[in-house]
Ligand binder design. Structure first.
Ligand code: PEP
Ligand code: MN
Length: 339
């Protein structure tokens, strides 16, 4: 929508119409009491790049269509996307996926113990960091390739598909061979080169919202993966930075129903990183189910006090069966069963 200034002359209005039509864009002139607006109906990206703001008599150019395309529920020709991971369905409204596991793979024994506990209690997938995006370069960075070997071993023993975060393109092929769902962490949501690499791997992707990213930016980041031909993208709300420092981040629960309106992609919630406090993980997980999330990803440890990363937010493995039972019950209230 091109809004003219109140002083714009008929010749200036004509000039804008001429520019639009010359570019193959249909122009609809809408005279108002004070100003005239011109509806530009055509490729929004093309119109955005025409530099109409600089023409005499033009006040502003207001985009009406949304900046994300492939992730948009408007432009999609299909209904809700269901990402299928080894028979587990994420999305579609009938299932609730429970992804659980340690923050970081620290040893085969630790990973195996947690994996067994969460598998027995009905988790759909196992999470576990191999390469950790730590704030300080002096903090534990993860076991790297050794962790991927451990995840593969535990996957074979338990049958749980594994989710792990890829932090650099150089490890992409190894991840494609080893993990079932490739996580792009909050800190890399806008690493566009990495998103394109991940889009080409042909594996389901778990894309986490950036710490200070808007939902429109999240959907445009998803477009980077989708445009490479990979439609299996799961979005994850994991808390954002706000003025409040009481919790680690502020879980934006409104993001879930908003995303459900605006995208066809499945949406899950990470209450562990959002709150930073295991005591809040239960209530926030139940809330995620209530607002329509397709699942949650939670951190669980056999011995959180000894964990090398994120101890305070990891659920005790011994408490996990009760937690999972409550989640199944709450998912049931909104017509979903554990995937
Ligand atoms: C994680 O899930 O291990 C993680 C680091 O999360 P985030 O990218 O959301 O901080
Ligand atoms: Mn963590």
């Amino acid at each position: 929508m091109v809004v003219m200034t109140p002083e714009a002359t008929p010749a200036e209005i004509e000039a804008v119409v001429g520019r639009l039509e010359a570019a193959g864009v249909h122009a609809k002139v809408m005279p108002g009491e004070l100003t005239t607006a011109i509806g530009a109906i055509g490729d929004p990206e093309g119109v955005r790049e025409m530099g109409l703001e600089g023409l005499p008599g033009v006040d502003q150019v207001i985009p009406i269509s949304r900046p994300y395309k492939l992730a948009s529920s408007e432009l999609s020709h299909h209904s809700a996307t269901i990402v299928e991971v080894d028979g587990r369905r994420v999305g579609g409204g009938e299932t609730f996926c429970l992804i659980a596991g340690p923050c970081t793979v620290e040893s085969a024994e630790q990973t195996r113990a947690v994996a067994r506990a969460v598998a027995d209690a009905g988790a759909s997938m196992l999470r576990g960091g191999a390469f950790k995006p730590r704030t300080s370069p002096f903090s534990f960075q993860g076991l790297g390739h050794e962790a991927l070997d451990i995840l593969a071993e535990v996957r074979a023993e338990t049958g749980l598909p594994v989710v792990s975060e890829l932090t650099a393109a150089e490890h992409a092929d190894r991840f494609a061979d080893t993990v079932d769902v490739i996580q792009v962490g909050a800190r890399n949501m806008q690493n566009y080169g990495l998103l394109e690499v991940v889009g080409k791997l042909g594996k389901p992707v778990l894309l986490k919202r950036g710490l200070s990213s808007t939902l429109e930016e999240l959907l445009q980041a998803a477009d980077y993966i989708l445009k490479e031909g990979n439609g299996d993208v799961i979005l994850c709300e994991r808390g954002i930075r706000t003025f409040d420092t009481a919790m680690r981040f502020t879980l934006d629960l409104g993001a879930v129903p908003w995303l459900k309106l605006h995208t066809h992609l499945p949406v899950i919630v990470d209450p562990s990183h959002a709150s930073g406090d295991r005591r809040l993980v239960g209530p926030l997980s139940r809330a995620a189910a209530a607002v329509g999330a397709d699942g949650i990803i939670v951190e669980v440890a056999d011995d959180p006090e000894a964990a090398l990363c994120d101890g305070p937010q990891q659920l005790y493995a011994r408490d996990f069966p009760e937690f999972a039972g409550e989640i199944a019950a709450h998912a049931g209230l909104v017509g979903r069963t554990l995937a």
